[in-house]
Design a binder for this molecule. Structure first.
Ligand code: PDD
Length: 273
């Protein structure tokens, strides 16, 4: 079943209009929420971020956040999803193609669920990442449907046998193509400040809470590739990535095994989910 506005439809019934602005302009926003044992993880936080993204692009949501939540929870139930994700997006609606906002359109909400296993191999053994230039626009804080920069970055990672591409703007390390990036140095966690250059991840926020509980300093500060090479540990965070240890960056080995602080955070995260 697929959710289209307030209707539950089969995949065949749920058609995207050629002139949906999400399709033609990427004029919309989205969220990906993890589902564990049939229950969504941090749904309210994702909805709050959806509302913020909507406000930033001046898009009116088709219903209240409470109603969106109700529909999505029902979709998870109807699809009998146990472990996976629910994806939902809102576009500015369907109208003849003009660049400016069309008048008299209503935004379109669509959602679907997908079974997905946890990335156990990477969680246990760590992953390799590569770095690439951050060519994205200057509002990466908005979870926009425009993901071409992210798509190209991830393709670069895949072609270089890496799990993720860490993007670098100028000489500042920003984030992964679909995850946030952290380094650990002398017992402190370092990550890019939550400004316009990164998405403020919900999992990143969870890491902040866990770090505080564990007495680990959570430092939002710009850093460079040379700092990454000198880091004691590194990891990624994201809804599908969870807390994935990074053991190699380009040709540089950070560590043979996931580091002890990363493991502590992973254990605390495991208890939460
Ligand atoms: N991506 N940074 C970027 C660019 C992202 O696309 C994501 C999430 C994150 C992590 O955010 P969160 O912890 O809220 O999932 C950071 C989702 C999973 C995706 O596009 O599939």
């Amino acid at each position: 079943m697929i959710l289209m506005n307030d209707q539950f439809l089969s995949r065949e019934q749920a058609n995207v209009d050629m002139e949906d602005r999400g399709y033609q302009f990427g004029d919309g926003i989205y969220e990906v929420v993890r589902v564990y044992h049939g229950a969504s993880f941090k749904m309210d936080e994702h909805l709050t971020r959806l509302a913020r993204s909507a406000k930033e692009i001046r898009l009116t949501l088709p219903m209240s956040l409470g109603e969106i939540k109700e529909k999505i929870v029902e979709l998870i139930k109807r699809n009998n999803l146990k472990d996976g994700i629910v994806y939902f997006q809102v576009t500015r609606g369907t109208a003849p193609r003009i660049h400016q906002f069309p008048s008299n359109t209503t935004s379109v909400l669509t959602a679907y669920t997908k079974e997905m296993e946890r990335p156990m191999k990477d969680l246990l053994h760590g992953a390799k990442v590569v770095t690439t230039e951050d060519i994205r626009w200057l509002r990466c804080d908005i979870k926009s449907l425009n993901l071409l920069g992210n798509v190209l970055a991830k393709q670069y990672a895949v072609e270089n046998n890496a799990k993720e591409a860490i993007q670098i703007r100028g000489d500042i390390v920003t984030e992964g193509s679909s995850s946030n990036f952290f380094i650990v140095k002398d017992g402190s966690l370092l990550t890019h400040p939550a400004n316009h250059f990164i998405l403020k991840g919900i999992t990143r926020d969870v890491v902040e809470v866990l770090a505080t509980e564990l007495g680990l300093p959570f430092v939002e500060k710009e850093f460079k590739l040379e700092d990454v090479y000198q880091a004691d540990e590194a990891f990624l965070s994201g809804s599908t990535t969870e807390i994935t240890p990074v053991t190699q960056v380009n040709d540089h080995k950070i560590s043979e095994q996931p580091g002890p602080i990363t493991k502590k955070l992973q254990e605390a995260f495991e208890k939460l989910i």
